[in-house]
Design a protein around this ligand. Sequence first.
Ligand code: AMP
Length: 421
Amino acid sequence: MTFQQLGVIDPILRALIAEGYTHPTPIQEQSIPILLQGKDLLGCAQTGTGKTAAFAIPILQHLYLKQQNNRGFRKIKALIVTPTRELAIQIGESFSVYGKFTGLKNTVIFGGVKQGAQTKILERGIDILVATPGRLLDLIGQGFISLKDVEYSVLDEADRMLDMGFIHDIRKLIALLPAKRQSLFFSATMPPDIVALSRKILGNPEKVSVTPNQTTAEKVDQAVYFVSKPGKTKLLIHLLNTTPMESVLVFSRTKHGANKIVKFLDRAGISAEAIHSNKSQTARQRALGNFKSGETKVLVATDIAARGIDVDELSHVVNYDLPNISETYVHRIGRTGRAGASGIALSFCDSEEKAYLRDIEKLIRQKIEVVSEHPFLNYEPEVEAKDAAVPFGLRRKSNSSNKGGGNSRSRRRGPSGRRTP
Ligand code: AMP
């Protein structure tokens, strides 16, 4: 199947060829014909499947064909609402790329930055608006945006949107959209609250689903390291120093944890930056830019921040913490091995996370290979803080009375004593 066979028109085909897209991905193959017919769509697909082009191409095509006889001031005719700034920027970029020969204009709005630059573009008139919910409602409230001409609406990453507490914003937005429109709704997972929300938005939708769980899990090489909680940073540094890894996305469960990992890597001379919602928009963009250009080797991210990261050459994903929601694991490892390329995902599992690992293996229906040969299985740190407070002459005694006994070096060896750090 080719894009031409799906009915994609020449100006868009040319842009896709220029991007090197030879064939549609499964979600594109299923969605594009439905959307070109003007039907509503409920899509179960995650980032990394080619979902953006699946909705951007038909929207661009409809708007291009209609704009031929409509040459007045540009009004917002397509609205894409997505949970994070990174995702919004990426979707905007995709519209620009696929639509570069259509003459259509898009812009992206999101919070965390001053609104002046955004409202200036809006005042000049645009066809397609990509927005995060908060800033969108804000600018509607201030009169910079009207949704009354919207003919195409996309709610992207709906499950993440609910996770982030956007449900009230979404309800308000739905109420502002014209009744007569084509609606698209995408979510990586379909729990009952998402299905209920989709019913409020969609008429009688066609459903498409790409089963990312298995396809993702199958094409990514995965391994798990059992490691003590304090041994995780040591293991990460060890792996980064001993394994060829070009660009590594490390997942941390918490923002604080992400900052700590970066600090440890910095101390070990490994270039790393963190990306999470406590960082300013500028800091996040800078970190992402440095990572994409290869200046930083390691990006440490929380799940929500990572959702919008699209890096072509991501060689490794490291799950520094195992997620307690198994689907999150699949989303995370889907960051590597994108659009058909193969990638490597390494997970660190401490004794409290073993139940999470079992759940993940159940979901992906495969056993993850265990790497047992590494020096930090039972690593316990030296009690440096205590040492510092104890007078020098007493240190040895206080150390040897520690549970497990022995000095730190022998402890670092692990239970068999065979391994060296
Ligand atoms: P998405 O799921 O929209 O975030 O897309 C994931 C990645 O796949 C992006 O880097 C796209 O540029 C790329 N991509 C999307 N569609 C295709 C295609 N048909 N052929 C090759 N790459 C694609």
